[in-house]
Design a protein around this ligand. Sequence first.
Ligand SMILES: [Zn+2]
Length: 107
Amino acid sequence: MIYIERVTTMGGVPKQRHTKSRRNKRRMHIFARAPILVRCPKCGKPVLPHTVCSNCGYYKGREVIDVLAKLTKKERKKREKEMKAKGKEEAETKKEKPLTWEELSKK
Ligand SMILES: [Zn+2]
């Protein structure tokens, strides 16, 4: 009697086709990059472009989300202080810049 043994080929042969989605998901780590961030013009925190700032709730120069609404009283006071301090810093830098330019032009 002759038994025909099952020939095992070298290497794995795929039994079923994998979808494009599955293939792309497997390769995702190759293309994954750190998200591009932009500084929020209001508070200066890094934010995703074309999105509302989660820190101050501003987008395109106007308030879209009331960030302080969900916070407790203590947290709210802290936030307001921080925002005021940053606003002052911005005002100071704005005042300083034109002066330096004038000085430079005089010199
Ligand atoms: Zn902001």
